[in-house]
Design a protein around this ligand. Structure first.
Ligand code: FES
Length: 582
């Protein structure tokens, strides 16, 4: 019998949460139940904890191509644990289908996620994401929304095979494209490779941003143990989805909110893992943005100090040789955490309600494998990412040292400057371009406000040098690069050129010095000369007439604040992390 008209004195949980404002709460619930019953639900179903499931499936997002199977498995897990699953759509962002950049839309997706969690009745939420910007956007939104939340990633794609060589997106995409530009392979072969690089649905198969965010999210405690590594098309991935659904119900009952899991110590664990996996440089930006939502500021100097004592242990491309499916077979993130144990906070809470240390204990001992190295035999002796400073980047810059060319890490050279992306595209392959192998390529105006920070920091080697066999050059910009890319590439120069940072005033012919050993990035130009250049060419930051672009340009922060919008960050900073261990 329908009992919707009975007086309802139950606490504001499940469907009773966040009633729509009609000035009569009884009527609001009555109406809500009437509508949901139109979809065939019974009162028994509607009386259970409601678990929202953020559905980011989209025909434009093949990295999320297994979304229907994952949602089905999450729902099964929720129902087995006595909850009511309710999936709902949000924005989905794929790297190659978002213009001008996926980064431009990350904050919008985080707002969408936060507001739909707030607006709709749910006691916990399962966030299903995977492609680079989606996981940070979801965790930023969930951190701000404040209800129990758990991350499920779609999982990595399988590797393909090109003429008996194993290939995967997207380190090999760049490598083969480089060969094609250098005229080492022809049009027919590059078309063949194109069919093999992405062998199934799922996220990029190397330690790019998607894999990085999956690993650091597991270290943060925001996904079920073992949830980072199963490939998208495996039974393991589906089982992780079912466990995620069941765990979400338990989290709803316990009131296990993100602030209890994503603590300062948990972010330190995540940063430690970022360094030890040779993770994407984008990981720093995303972790900074996520931490900023909860009142934590990431201190780049201390992060660099942390990097000096954290070796890279995972042998995945682009720093090493293997792929995500190999990491999974080697024991996944647990195999790494076991090695890093002495450097981790083991008392941080995870979505299971148990601590990271307890989860590690219950995972048992490891087994012999080649993908996760022992602490004593790293693939790179320090953390993958180093923080640079100097008169070119007073607010900091970074370099992925584990994927850089050791011969170029101490380098002084002549700047060859490109004013913006258009200038780069127009001139980089010009046979008359005055450029030599030991020059330093400088690209301006690809920072947050300049061009919404595209992954264009990985500038192509000028064709005439590529043909001559040049594989790497020092490259500097205020932009980002894909986590799948490798090279001696200085990124995230802060402040950016579009707001008048020193990078805006570099001229072709200036001498530039990079010293990774001394953590220095400098232009050898006197302060007096810089002052003259500033006076002669004052920089006017870009503006927009209307819409989201106007909001973006007004409110976006620099890389050192995670490129989040200023009004989305926590009101005040409560802690600087990593904490000073000195
Ligand atoms: Fe989606 Fe690489 S393009 S993870």
């Amino acid at each position: 019998m329908d009992d919707s008209n009975k007086k309802d004195d139950k606490p504001a949980e499940g469907l009773r949460k966040g009633l729509t404002s009609y000035g009569d709460s009884g009527f609001s619930l009555f109406l809500r139940k009437a509508f949901i019953k139109g979809a065939g639900y019974t009162d028994n179903a509607l009386d259970r904890p409601v678990i929202g499931i953020a559905n980011t499936g989209s025909a434009y997002n093949p990295c999320h191509g297994n979304m229907p199977q994952l949602i089905e498995a999450v729902k099964r897990g929720v129902m087995l644990a006595g909850g009511l699953p309710m999936d709902f759509p949000t924005i989905s962002i794929h790297e190659s289908f978002a213009s001008p950049t996926s980064m431009y839309l990350r904050n919008l997706m985080s707002i969408d996620t936060e507001e739909m969690i707030r607006a709709q009745p749910m006691d916990a939420v399962v966030l299903i994401g995977g492609c680079d910007k989606t996981v940070p956007a979801q965790l930023m939104g969930a951190a701000s929304a404040g209800i129990p939340a758990i991350q499920l990633v779609t999982g990595s794609m399988l590797t393909g095979s090109h003429r008996a060589e194993r290939v995967g997106a997207c380190t090999d995409c760049r490598r083969y494209w480089g060969k094609y530009r250098a005229e080492e392979i022809d049009g027919e072969e590059i078309a063949d490779v194109n069919n093999q690089l992405v062998a199934s649905v799922g996220t990029c198969s190397v330690m790019g941003t998607a894999s990085t965010m999956a690993c650091v999210t597991e270290a943060l405690g925001m996904m079920v143990p073992g949830g980072a590594s199963p490939p998208a098309v495996t039974a393991d991935r589906i089982r992780v989805a079912e466990r995620t659904g069941a765990t979400a119900v338990a989290m709803a009952k316990q009131g296990l909110t993100p602030d209890k899991i994503m603590t300062g110590k948990a972010f330190e664990n995540a940063l430690r893992v970022l360094l030890a996996i040779g993770g994407s440089t984008n990981g720093i930006i995303h972790l900074t943005a996520m931490a900023g939502r909860l009142g934590f500021d990431i201190d780049l100097e201390r992060l660099d100090a942390m990097g000096r004592e954290t070796p890279v242990l995972i042998d995945l491309k682009p720093s090493g040789q293997y792929y995500m499916e190999d990491l999974h077979k080697a024991g996944g993130v647990h195999a790494l955490l076991r090695e890093l144990k002495p450097l981790l906070h083991l008392d941080t809470l995870t979505v299971t309600g148990r601590t990271l240390g307890e989860e590690l204990e219950s995972a048992g001992p490891g087994f012999p494998q080649n993908v996760v190295r022992p602490f004593s035999q790293p693939i790179y002796p320090q953390g993958g990412i180093a923080v640079l400073r100097g008169n070119l980047a007073p607010g900091g810059a970074i370099i992925k040292q584990s994927a850089a060319n050791p011969e170029l890490m101490e380098h002084e050279g002549r700047a060859v400057v490109f004013e913006n992306l258009e200038d780069l595209v127009t001139r980089i392959d010009d046979e008359d371009l005055d450029v030599k192998a030991d020059d330093v390529l400088v690209l301006k105006h690809i920072g947050p406000t300049g061009a919404s920070m595209p992954e264009a920091g990985y500038m192509p080697i000028p064709k005439k040098l590529a043909r001559a066999g040049v594989k790497d050059m020092v490259r500097i910009s205020d932009g980002r690069m894909s986590g799948t890319a490798a090279g001696t590439i200085v990124l995230h120069v802060t402040p950016e050129s579009a707001v008048g940072g020193p990078l805006a005033y570099v001229k072709s012919g200036d001498r530039i010095r990079l010293s990774v050993k001394n953590r220095e990035i400098s232009m050898l130009v006197s302060e007096a000369e810089m002052e003259t250049r500033r006076k002669d060419n004052p920089v006017t930051p870009p503006t927009a007439e209307r819409g989201y672009r106007q909001l973006f340009l007004k409110c976006v922060t620099q890389a050192d604040k995670g490129v989040d919008f200023d009004f989305l960050r926590a009101g005040e900073t409560t802690e600087r992390i990593p904490r000073d261990r000195g």
